[in-house]
Structures are given as C-alpha cells and as structure tokens.
Design a protein around this ligand. Sequence first.
Ligand code: FAD
Ligand code: DHB
Length: 395
Amino acid sequence: TRTQVAIVGAGPAGLLLSVLLQREGIDSVVIETRTRDEIEATVRAGVLEQNTVDLLKEAGLGDRLVREGAVHHGIHLRFDRRTRRIDLSALTGGRSITLYAQHEVIKDLVAARVRSGQPIAFGVRDVHLRDLETEAPTVRYRAAEGNEATIACDFVAGCDGYHGVSRTSIPARSRVEHSRAYPFGWFGILVEAPLASEELIYARHDRGFALVSTRSPSLQRLYFQCEPGDSVEAWPDARVWDELHTRLETDDGWTFREGRITQKNIVAMRSFVCETMRHGRLFLAGDAAHIVPPTGAKGLNLAVADVRLLSAAIAAHYATGDDAGLDRYAAEALARVWRCEHFSWWMTSMLHRFPGEDSFHRHLQLSQLDYLTRSKAAATALAENYVGLPWDWTN
Ligand code: FAD
Ligand code: DHB
C-alpha cells in the first residue's frame, strides 16, 4: 500500500490525527494492534479540556459529545474535613471542562474514520518502522489475516502509546528520556449509583488521595491512592467503600450512596518525557512521547494538542511545501508537554500521601491547599492549567 501518512496506533492521538488530515484532503493508513471492540471498551480518562472540546466540535465530532457530555464550571478541593470550590469558569474568562469518557471519544473517532472510507487495520502484529531518515519511510506489519503487509509513505506518525514501537525506533543516541516514578498507584472503580457530587472532588487525606468523578447521572467514577504493587483482588467491595468513606469524610455530614461496582482497575503513576518527538520522517504524538500521572487529567488532552500541531504542520507541507511547522513541531509540542508535566506533578505532590512523609511535609500540603482556596492569584494558576492553557499561549 502507498499513502501519504502512516499512522501507528488508534488511540485518541492516532484516530484524531487521521480525521484532521482527512479534512485537509491528506490520505493516511491507520494500523492498531488491538481489536476495535477492545479499544472501544477500555475505560481510561474522562475530563476533556475546553481546547479539546472546541477542536472535536470543529472536526465534526461534537454531536454526541454535546448531547451526552456534562459541562463542569468548577471543581472541589477537600482537605482537613472541609470542602472548598475552585470556580474554574469565573477564574478563566468562562472556560470549562466536559466530562465525557475517553472510550466514547474513541467510538466517535472510529465511526468517523470508518465513514471516511479510508483504511484502518485492527489486530495487526509485528510492526516495524523502516527508513525513517529517508523521504520514503515504510511501515511493515503482519495483518490480522496473517499476511505480511508494507505501507510506503511520506511520513510516519508514532501514536502507539507508551509501550509502542515508535519511540524506540528513534536511535538511543538521538533521544533523551526524562522520567519519574511515584510510590503509589490509583485504584479506579465504576459504580452504578446516582451522582455523588455535581462537580469533581479532589481529596487529600492522611490515609491518601481520593477522587470523586462521574461518567453519567447513573454511573460514577471514583479513584483512590493505593500501593504501587497493589492488586484488585486485595480490595473486596467492602474494603473499597470503607476506604472511600474514610478519605472523603467531612465535618458537614457530606456522604455518598454506594452502588454496584461494575469495574475495578489499577493505574500506574509515572511522569515521562521523550526528547525529541521527531526523528527524520517519524513524528511522535501522545503517550508514545510523554506520560503524566493522572492527577489533573492531562494525558488525553495533551495527545489532542500534539496532533493539532502535527496535522497543521503536515497540511502546510502538502499545501505550500513549507516545512517550518514540521521543523518546529517537537519544540512547540514539548513546551505544552512540560507545562502539563509540571502541573500534573504538582497536583500529584499536593494531594497524595508519600511513604515516610513527616509532619512538615503534611503541613506544607495543607498550607498549599488552603492558599489555593483563599488567594485568587493561586486559584487562577490552578484553574487556567486545569481547563487548559489556550492554544497560542506560547506564542
Ligand atoms: P493510547 O491511548 O495509549 O493509544 C495508543 C494505541 O496504540 C493503543 O490503542 C495501542 O493498542 C496501540 N498500539 C500499541 N502498540 C502498537 C503497535 N506496535 N502498532 C500499532 N498500534 C499499537 N488519563 C487521564 O487523564 N485520566 C485517567 O484516568 C487516565 N487513566 C488511564 C488509565 C490507563 C490504564 C492508561 C494506560 C492511561 C490512562 N490515562 C488517563 C492516560 C490517557 O488515557 C492517555 O494519555 C491517552 O490514552 C493517550 O492517547 P494516545 O492516543 O497517545 O495513546
Ligand atoms: C478523571 C480522571 C482524572 O485523572 C482526573 O484528574 C479527573 C477525572 C476521570 O476519569 O473521570
């Protein structure tokens, strides 16, 4: 097969890139190791920034998002048994976030891709990227049907997540990796229950972090900090509820309804940045190039920001032969990546219990949270990062 852009990975980054390129009249082939059913059923993120929502709408992907997504104008910080609201919209000139599950975004993107009639191959194996330093790179793989296939292309978009092959196709001497592991994980549950709170609650407790989020009026998403090597089996429902009630307890009698837990999973916590995001004709986007811990919900939104830049740069290449956007891509994407790395690390540090932390550390966390909820300047810094800095903030 011959195409303009070979897209490796059908996560949010790869699928959205395919849709944005198609709107510019640029052909692509998407390959994905998992099946369509698997990618449409994997529960991950849920918070879309204002930027992400605007872009999805512009790309014609807003119908179900607008109908089924819930717009939130604030979040709550809970600490010391009290709750204080951060008014995101008032602090950011009216910007907001939308709660809409990542796998719903995936369903909308896959549907758009299939409608376009352009190729997408699921269940592929043995993916290899070749000749990336030339103007005629290739992607080889074994198709689900078992036959060997080769895509000849002008560009390769490495959108295959943290465990993909794209990043490691950049020779080790040409990349620098920066990372941080955290001494905890997140235990996530999906619960059939009414809304526990109109807005998200980020809670700091001496036993560890907890987060109240939602998926719909009848399906709730809750998380709590757990041991890094914890297992789902170690947490029968009764223990989960006990821990959540303890960590979310307040002095004003706030409580929430339990329900049937339909899913439990554990998310590892890691910060990671690959410098660079380009090697010859290979461009990395999303988790293939960077990981943030989930506190602050930046992972999916960063993937979207990357492909917005990349699609515009590729479009300019074909429209006018101007490669300035491609040459700037890595530096421009990394500026936002590092801002989100800092924000996610900061939110994580402020809200989690660290093994061996002392009373000094505990008081620093509490003072920081208190300051955020008393100072408009401090609250604004949180709010503008949380809703997402405008596309052009680095200009
Ligand atoms: P991915 O979504 O990882 O997509 C990459 C795709 O490439 C996958 O479908 C994969 O199967 C495919 N692939 C892998 N290797 C190959 C290959 N060799 N060839 C072809 N295809 C390949 N963020 C939040 O903000 N909040 C959360 O609660 C949250 N929870 C998460 C839970 C988990 C378990 C994980 C892994 C991530 C979570 N994230 C969360 C982060 C967020 O989901 C990611 O940042 C987002 O999915 C990034 O999109 P992406 O397209 O870059 O990568
Ligand atoms: C969700 C995930 C996050 O990482 C976060 O900070 C807030 C909400 C969620 O899955 O709903």
